[in-house]
Design a protein around this ligand. Structure first.
Ligand SMILES: CC(C)(COP(=O)(O)OP(=O)(O)OC[C@H]1O[C@@H](n2cnc3c(N)ncnc32)[C@H](O)[C@@H]1OP(=O)(O)O)[C@@H](O)C(=O)NCCC(=O)NCCS
Length: 165
């Protein structure tokens, strides 16, 4: 009989599917966004709640003008997480008269689905979506929890700067 060494079974990656969000998913995107802010923990619960309505109106408006695409990750019948790409208007610069640039935002994975590749699958879908449309870069602001996910996928820190006014 072998020595009683506990070997934890390898965690199986759930079959996670990522699809583009429709208008029917907006409430889910808003709820994930709210839970993202709460997890980040910088704002008060009441200010986070108050942000729901304007965010929902903004998402619907951006979706109608095709400047926002949500990505919903499902595992079986359950929604496991979501994220979104917003096409931000860009200022004219050499080599680009005017245009837009994709920005990844509102990444959230339901706690019970964390650390199984859900966010990674969403980021990959967002990268694919952006690349297919000819965009050469995808930007984002990473929370502490998100940094390793993006870093593992090749995202690098940039030289953006800011001052608190
Ligand atoms: C950040 C967040 C979206 C990551 O979601 P996630 O679905 O757990 O992310 P992934 O599973 O793709 O990757 C997370 C970790 O799991 C690991 N992982 C991925 N697949 C795995 C698997 N099959 N088995 C075990 N671990 C796995 C990754 O290597 C990564 O490890 P690390 O953090 O040690 O580098 C999630 O923690 C979250 O919603 N946080 C709160 C809101 C937030 O901060 N959002 C980001 C805003 S920028």
């Amino acid at each position: 009989m072998g020595v009683g060494r506990t070997v934890s079974a390898p965690r199986r990656r759930p079959a996670c599917a990522v699809r583009e969000a429709t208008a029917a998913d907006v409430r889910t995107l808003v709820s994930h966004r709210r839970k993202m802010w709460l997890d980040i923990g910088r704002d008060t619960p009441s200010s986070v709640r108050e942000a729901d309505r304007p965010y929902e109106a903004w998402v619907r408006r951006m979706m109608r003008s095709r400047r926002f695409v949500g990505f919903v990750a499902t595992v079986g019948e359950e929604v496991a997480g979501s994220g979104a790409v917003w096409l931000r208007e860009e200022q004219p610069r050499p080599g680009m008269a005017e245009g837009s640039a994709p920005y990844l935002l509102s990444m959230y994975t339901e706690p019970r689905f964390r650390r199984s590749g859900v966010a990674t699958a969403i980021v990959k879908a967002a990268v694919r979506w952006s690349r297919t449309r000819g965009y050469r870069k995808l930007e984002l602001h990473a929370s502490k929890a998100g940094r390793s996910v993006y870093g593992a996928l090749g995202f690098e820190r940039t030289w953006e700067m800011r001052a608190e006014l």
